[in-house]
Structure formats: C-alpha cells, structure tokens
Design a binder for this molecule. Sequence first.
Ligand SMILES: *[C@@H]1O[C@H](CO)[C@@H](O)[C@H](O)[C@H]1NC(C)=O
Ligand SMILES: *[C@@H]1O[C@H](CO)[C@@H](O)[C@H](O)[C@H]1NC(C)=O
Ligand SMILES: *[C@@H]1O[C@H](CO)[C@@H](O)[C@H](O)[C@H]1NC(C)=O
Ligand SMILES: *[C@@H]1O[C@H](CO)[C@@H](O)[C@H](O)[C@H]1NC(C)=O
Ligand SMILES: *[C@@H]1O[C@H](CO)[C@@H](O)[C@H](O)[C@H]1NC(C)=O
Ligand SMILES: *[C@@H]1O[C@H](CO)[C@@H](O)[C@H](O)[C@H]1NC(C)=O
Length: 382
Amino acid sequence: MTGTSVLAILGSLSFAIAANITQHIITAAELDGIDLFSLPFASEALASIEQLYTPANQFSIPTAIRNGSRVDVHAHVVPPWYRVAVPYTAQSPTPEWSVERHLEFMANNSIRSSVLSISAPGSTVFPGSAEKSAALARLLNEYLAVLAKVVPKQFSFFAVTPLPYTDAAITEAKYATRVLGAVGIGLLSNHEGYYLGNRSFTPFFQYLDESPEGRKNIFVHPNAPCLHGEDGSLMDANPTPYPAGLVELYFETARTFMDLTISRTVANFTHLHWIVPHAGGAFPTIEDRFITSQSADVIALSKAAYRSRFWWDAAGPVFPHQVLGLLGYGVPSSRLLYGSDFPYAPPFSYAYEIAAIQNASFLDPAEKRSLFEGNIEKALGC
Ligand SMILES: *[C@@H]1O[C@H](CO)[C@@H](O)[C@H](O)[C@H]1NC(C)=O
Ligand SMILES: *[C@@H]1O[C@H](CO)[C@@H](O)[C@H](O)[C@H]1NC(C)=O
Ligand SMILES: *[C@@H]1O[C@H](CO)[C@@H](O)[C@H](O)[C@H]1NC(C)=O
Ligand SMILES: *[C@@H]1O[C@H](CO)[C@@H](O)[C@H](O)[C@H]1NC(C)=O
Ligand SMILES: *[C@@H]1O[C@H](CO)[C@@H](O)[C@H](O)[C@H]1NC(C)=O
Ligand SMILES: *[C@@H]1O[C@H](CO)[C@@H](O)[C@H](O)[C@H]1NC(C)=O
C-alpha cells in the first residue's frame, strides 16, 4: 500500500473511530513508528487531549472575538504536562496557559483568530533521543490539532517538527499537514544546537519544497543558544548574566536566517515561505554585513526572497524603531504580520504593543489594517 493511501484511510478512519481519540492517536503513531509511551507523561497527555475533545466541553466564543479585527500569527499553547516537563523557557518561568484564558486574551484584544504554535524548546526537550523527540512532537501536534477541531473558526496551528532527526521530521510534517491539517511548519532557530542551514536538514526542506500540498509556510521561533560538550551533552551558551529571552533570542533569529541564507536553503527552495519572528530580531541589522561574503546570485536571490517570501511578525516591542529599520531594508509593509507572543510576552504589554502599531506615523490606516488581518491570508496562501 502506498503512503498516500494509508493516509487517506487514516483520514477517513479519523471520523469513524473518533469516539476513542486516544486509541486513534496511539494507532496513528504506531503506523509512523512512534512510541508515544517512551515519554513518562504520555498517558497524562492523551487524557488531556481526550478531555479537550469531549463534546460536552464546548467553548463559548464571545462576540468580541467573533467581531475581532486581528489575526495573531505568533500565539503559543502550553499544555499542562508540557509546562511540567519544561518549567523554564529561555531562563524565565514557563507561563501557565488554558483555552479559556487564551480566548479571554483574544476577546480583550479584538483578535478573531490565532495561529497556535509551541514556543521554545518545542520538541527539543530530550537531547540525543530521536524516539522521545518524535513522541513529544506527535503529542504536541495532536494537542494543537484537537484545539483547532474544537475551536475551528478561531484556532489553526503550525506543527512541531522533531529536527535534528530529519526522517522523523519529514514523517511528522507529512502527518501534521495531511492528516491533522496544520497550516504550516514550526521550526526553532536551533534544534539541539544545530542551526537550520545544517546540511543534514536539507532533505527535510527539499521534501517541503516538493510536497504537493501547495505553499509551505515555515514559522521560525527562536530557541535558547547551546553548545555541544565533548561527551555529547548540551550546554547552555548564554554568555551574559541576562535571561536568554531578553537578549539571546534576537541573536538566535539572526544566526539561523544567516545560516539558511549561506547554505542556500532560502535561495534553492523557492516554494518555501518564511515567517520571521520579532520583526527579524537582530537579522536585518547584520544582513548587509554577512551577505557580502556570498556570490552575486546568492545575494540577489536571497535579498529578493527577504522581500517576497519572508513575512515578518510584529511580536514584542518592535514598533516603531525596529520596524522602521526593517522597512529601510526594502521589506514592503505588506509583509508585516501581527503577533502577540501570548502568553510569553510579559514584561512586554500586549495592549501597549497594539497601541504602538496603531500609533505608527509611517504606516497609513490601510497598511495597519492589513498588518492586523489582511497580510496573513496572503502569507498562508488562503
Ligand atoms: C480509549 O482507548 C484507550 C486505549 O486503548 C483506553 O484505555 C480507553 O479506556 C478508551 N476509552 C474509552 C472511552 O473507550
Ligand atoms: C458585532 O458585529 C455585528 C455586525 O457587524 C454588530 O451588529 C454588533 O453590534 C457587533 N457587536 C459588538 C459587541 O461589537
Ligand atoms: C481581560 O481583561 C480583563 C478586564 O480588563 C482582565 O481582568 C483580564 O485579566 C484580561 N484577561 C486576559 C487573559 O488578558
Ligand atoms: C549538522 O547536524 C548533525 C546532526 O543532525 C550534526 O552531526 C552535525 O555536526 C551538524 N553540522 C554542523 C556543521 O553543525
Ligand atoms: C543549493 O544549490 C546549490 C547548487 O545550485 C548547491 O551547491 C547547494 O548545496 C544547494 N544548497 C542546499 C541547501 O540545497
Ligand atoms: C503614541 O504616540 C505619541 C506621540 O508620538 C507618544 O507620545 C506615545 O507614547 C505613543 N504611544 C505608544 C504606545 O507608542
């Protein structure tokens, strides 16, 4: 049987045996060679998914959301069992999250839909274990998918991808987009210390570029930097006393887009669209400097991609100064997207960042409206 027909059958089975979603998830994972029970919290995770899926568990959607005028491309989910496994994110406590609080946040800020994703460290919680990383990515994706099923108009999601395990990452991207309906792929700036231009990742990008499901959107999220010890262990690589979330994440974004450019991943795979976090972090600032080392064709193709296949989210305190700088590099305002970073943004204020966008003197009202809700439809190709 071909892979496609297995997927087709799985897709139709998902309705037939949805009555027991737990069994369905376990069976689908087994078909992909994933042992969910390699994780100590697998049963708890499955129970949380089943609980969300319970038909009685209807979430009421306030009018403020239905009438909302914003789409949030940078919004995170923190399943309770994930928060226990990951008590700190980039050296700050991992925030609490619930569907109800997320909906309340959306209502408060006039957000009508959110593209959900998992923040750092994503599936990279068990360095060196392909088995556990694949299992964690799968459980997180099933969790995200069930949210998009129970709150279908308001939630969609970017899939978690278990790189650096390239084969597992291809399997997961296939399942998450074809079976679970992910609208794009989530990647981290580094996966276990390896940046996205790493040559062993090329087959993954090639798969995405050639896969038949139309445009592939890749949402990149910064991860904390780390180094490899001689014994293969991963060591924290934060060189300053300040939390990585405050400083290093910007440099991480710069490192990985530089690596993607120099490896020619950006130039070669022309169907891939990139959603760049935090208006590029420190990347735009170093663009002209690092790119001079490249050949004329790589410079031309990459710079063209930054303006046409790159989409820049406005999560965090990026208005007005940082975005003004980004536009100075020739990025059109039609490539800007709204992102909240909920629930990870504090100490930055969601309302203040929205006000700063509304306040920007260098965008006209139509450009601001598109930033909040029109550009994203073009970015996702829907
Ligand atoms: C669903 O399947 C799981 C795993 O086989 C089982 O433990 C659970 O009792 C089933 N739940 C229901 C409601 O049948
Ligand atoms: C929501 O939008 C509808 C239709 O435009 C309008 O009639 C209604 O007053 C709005 N409700 C709120 C709370 O803004
Ligand atoms: C929503 O706004 C209310 C009223 O200002 C506030 O009490 C609540 O904490 C807010 N909730 C979220 C999740 O932002
Ligand atoms: C690329 O990633 C692989 C693991 O997938 C690693 O062995 C290799 O050292 C990495 N290469 C570089 C240049 O970091
Ligand atoms: C991109 O293509 C060039 C040749 O056209 C090749 O040398 C390079 O290795 C490719 N890079 C990737 C990441 O595919
Ligand atoms: C909005 O602009 C005014 C005038 O330039 C400024 O005083 C105020 O601080 C700005 N508010 C935000 C949230 O950017």
